[in-house]
Design a protein around this ligand. Structure first.
Ligand SMILES: Nc1nc2c(c(CN[C@H]3C=C[C@H](O)[C@@H]3O)cn2[C@@H]2O[C@H](COP(=O)(O)O)[C@@H](O)[C@H]2O)c(=O)[nH]1
Length: 366
């Protein structure tokens, strides 16, 4: 090809790329949004109410503006690490490796709780408090070498790390130990025991980092069969929230710099569906509504649970699009909407004002 022909070829490729028609190999997709839309279009137990979604978008945007929600909000939380260095990357990785299933059927005063810095922490915050407390006590809980050492990192040590100030133990402790062991082995075999090598391999792509986590770590591979669909439905909640926490903590710089961070979706846990349901955005069939209100267990991977999680992701995507349609310059993405919704439902819970329960699924995925 002549030089002119090469130039024309490059211009054509660049035009395709700018029009979004060309996904260069360094523009990977996670497949989560595609999965969410597929399940939404093939759901009978969960639906979205468009009027409520539009109203929610207006309310959420106004309150996020009022509270000045930004990535910096992440570090403002008392228990989140403040230093912007490798030790914080290791802390966030450990945290999101274990960031699942804290809910309890016990009343507030006797549910699993961690005492730290003179306060009693429950739910997600009990995890963060326990990790901080372990480090204060000289337990190297964020060190992947420790996770692999079967003499040092035993179930009893983990029980000590996550000891409760009530007689209820943290749920799924054996599963949490298995996650640490697996992650320690994978980091040793593929990333020289250094999580920053994993981030380096993502080459500045949030989607690639999510895909690497799902590919290399079984305990991050949050994907499920849905009816007759050949490809599994990808939810990848903890892989995505890990990338989001790093992005937010480092405020989009250094280890948190990702050119495609807006590809990260809402994190399908048990709290966001709850608040979306309470706002009327997420509607359940009468049978599912009854099961949730009666706090019946719904098995992980159950068709209704997959609908509930996937439709929540699609719901937040529609809310995100509605906000950006009305406020094109808003610095908003699904991560910040999600963080805002989580913090809001936690405020509602602490005020004793929850109107609907969250659904009950016990799993390592969320
Ligand atoms: N979708 C979504 N799920 C989130 C979080 C967080 C905490 N993120 C912090 C970082 C920035 C934000 O501003 C938050 O301060 C925890 N979880 C999930 O919820 C469940 C715990 O619930 P409960 O037992 O009630 O604490 C469990 O599955 C946990 O993985 C979030 O942000 N989004």
């Amino acid at each position: 090809m002549s030089d002119d022909e090469v130039d024309l070829e490059l211009i054509a490729l660049l035009r395709q790329h700018l029009q979004g028609k060309l996904t260069l190999d360094d523009e990977p997709e996670t497949g989560v949004l595609e999965s969410a839309e597929y399940v939404y279009n093939n759901s009978i137990d969960v639906a979205l109410d468009m009027r409520s979604c539009k109203n929610a978008a207006a309310v959420i945007y106004a309150q996020m503006q009022q509270k000045d929600y930004s990535p910096a909000t992440w570090s403002s939380h008392e228990l989140h690490p403040k230093t912007k260095d490798e030790s914080t990357v290791a802390f966030i990785f450990t945290m999101d490796l274990l960031n699942f299933s804290f809910w309890s059927e016990r009343p507030e005063e006797s549910r699993f709780a961690v005492e730290y810095r003179g306060k009693r922490w429950t739910g997600y915050w009990s995890l963060v408090a326990a990790l901080q407390r372990a480090l204060d006590e000289g337990i190297p809980i964020t060190d992947s070498h420790f996770w692999q050492d079967e003499e040092e990192c035993t179930l009893d040590v983990l029980k000590q790390v996550f000891r409760s100030c009530t007689d209820e133990e943290m749920p799924l402790l054996e599963e949490r130990l298995a996650c640490l062991r697996e992650a320690g082995t994978v980091l040793y075999e593929k990333y020289e025991c250094d999580i920053t090598n994993l981030i380096f391999d993502a080459k500045g792509s949030a989607a690639r980092l999510v895909n690497l986590l799902a590919q290399d770590f079984k305990c991050f591979r949050d994907e499920h069969q849905y009816e007759g669909r050949k490809k599994p439905v990808r939810i990848l909640k903890r892989a995505q929230i890990l990338v989001a926490d790093i992005w937010a903590c480092f405020e989009g710089k250094d280890y948190g710099e990702f050119r495609d961070i807006d590809k990260i979706t809402m994190f399908a846990d048990y709290r966001i569906p709850q608040i979306l349901n309470s706002m009327g955005c997420l509607q359940y069939s009468p049978l599912l509504d009854l099961a949730v209100r009666e706090k019946k267990m719904i098995a992980s991977g159950d068709n209704r649970e997959v609908q509930l999680r996937a439709c929540s992701i699609w719901c937040v995507e529609l809310i995100r699009r509605e906000i950006l349609k009305n406020y094109p310059d808003a610095h908003i993405n699904a991560i910040l909407i999600d963080f805002f919704l989580y913090d809001t439902i936690k405020e509602t819970e602490s005020e004793g004002k929850e109107t609907v329960p969250h659904h009950r699924t016990r799993s390592i995925w969320y």
